[in-house]
Design a protein around this ligand. Structure first.
Ligand code: SAM
Ligand code: SF4
Ligand code: FES
Length: 349
């Protein structure tokens, strides 16, 4: 089958076989251009020209896990750890609202200091103070906790499965299990969260076959939001000498998923912007419709080091807001107004 026919099939049927996805991932030249152009058209048709901004608040750099790729892993004794107090988190959320954000993403390592009650209290206080959607990105918890967070007012949850290759998953996530990860994602969906998931591009040992499987798993989980980012080696982790993930494969994965879930929200990730100075722009031009600028205080931004060289690390939140708006406008797009709920979620509800 020709790449052109596969793209057409994806547009009409929103499903592809693994082999078809592999051919798209390997597309070059005119074929690749067609993939990106089609994904951009599908994005425009299904989610419009608005680019929604999410204010990211990284509230704790403690983590009980030891993911091989991540600078926050518990074995990294050189990592700088901090925990923000409840009032401080609420204050940053209020500041984000004043800057125009209508969604805040509360992200952290897996830090059990934030018990069910503490998290619920943070969620409720934010909701009492400002009219924002709350996305949680805090990793694996029990069903009861997820339910309590939802009842407290959390709207969305982001948790990547990272890789669908179970052998690689085991290798890079000591003490964790792929099965558990998927179970958590299914719980979140059943509880009515707007569900975000996705994977890392370029983990050592990952093949094109694996990536195609990752794409199929996002489709199978029926994600409302899709987070795909290139792996970037961190010097204080076991993967320090590995090669970074491919920007090109990241863009192709974004484009393919735009064709398979046309009304999902897809961010152009910070990691993409870190590996390529124009990475976020490129992402927005091949299917993405979300950007997640960090709105936290500089003193914390510097300490939340998942990987080195993160963009915006020395920039004040107000500067990033202006910068990102000018990027969006330069692409002929506009900044989204309102909370920017995933249309995929809305349609299913
Ligand atoms: N602890 C929560 C979790 O794992 O879901 C949320 C925070 S975690 C830091 C957010 C994401 O960062 C992970 O899903 C992972 O894909 C990404 N990440 C971690 N280390 C990375 C690296 N070295 N390069 C690129 N992305 C990385
Ligand atoms: Fe912890 Fe998340 Fe980093 Fe894994 S990716 S070490 S769970 S912060
Ligand atoms: Fe942070 Fe451009 S978005 S400096």
């Amino acid at each position: 089958m020709k790449v052109r026919d596969i793209i057409e099939k994806a547009c009409h049927e929103n499903i592809l076989t693994k082999d078809e996805i592999k051919l798209l991932l390997m597309a070059e030249g005119e074929d690749k251009n067609l993939l990106f152009k089609t994904a951009d058209m599908v994005r425009k048709e299904h989610v419009g020209d608005e680019v929604f901004l999410r204010g990211l608040i990284e509230f704790s750099s403690y983590c009980k896990n030891d993911c091989f790729y991540c600078g926050l892993r518990k074995s990294n004794s050189q990592a700088q750890r901090y925990r923000m107090q409840e009032d401080e988190i609420v204050e940053v959320a209020k500041r984000a609202y004043q800057m125009g954000y209508r969604t805040v993403v509360l992200q952290s390592g897996e830090d059990m200091f934030y018990t069910k009650d503490r998290m619920c209290s943070i969620i409720k206080k934010i909701k009492q103070n400002v009219d924002v959607a709350i996305t949680l990105s805090i990793g694996e918890r029990s069903y009861d906790e997820y339910k309590a967070f939802k009842d407290a007012g959390a709207d969305r949850f982001l948790m990547r499965f990272e890789t669908s290759n179970e052998k690689l998953y085991r290798q890079y996530h000591p003490g964790m299990s792929f099965e558990k990860r998927i179970e958590c994602l299914k719980w979140l969906k059943s509880l009515g969260y707007e569900l975000g998931t996705g994977f890392l591009i370029g983990l050592p040992g990952q093949t094109i076959d694996d990536l195609a499987q990752d794409i199929l798993l996002v489709k199978e989980l029926d994600a409302d939001m899709i987070g795909i980012g290139p792996f970037i080696p961190h010097p204080q982790t076991p993967l320090k000498d590995a090669k970074e993930g491919s920007v090109d494969l990241t863009l192709k994965s974004i484009a393919i998923l735009r064709l398979l879930i046309p009304d999902a929200n897809i961010p152009a990730t910070t990691a993409l912007g870190t590996l390529d100075p124009l990475g976020r722009q490129k992402g927005l031009m091949c299917g993405a419709n979300i950007v997640m600028p960090n709105v936290n205080h500089l003193k914390y931004k510097l300490k939340y080091e998942l990987y080195p060289g993160k963009i915006c690390i020395n920039e004040d939140a107000t500067k990033c807001r202006g910068c990102i708006e000018s990027i969006i406008v330069s692409l002929g797009r506009k900044v989204g107004q309102g909370k920017g709920q995933s249309r995929h979620y809305k349609r299913a509800a």
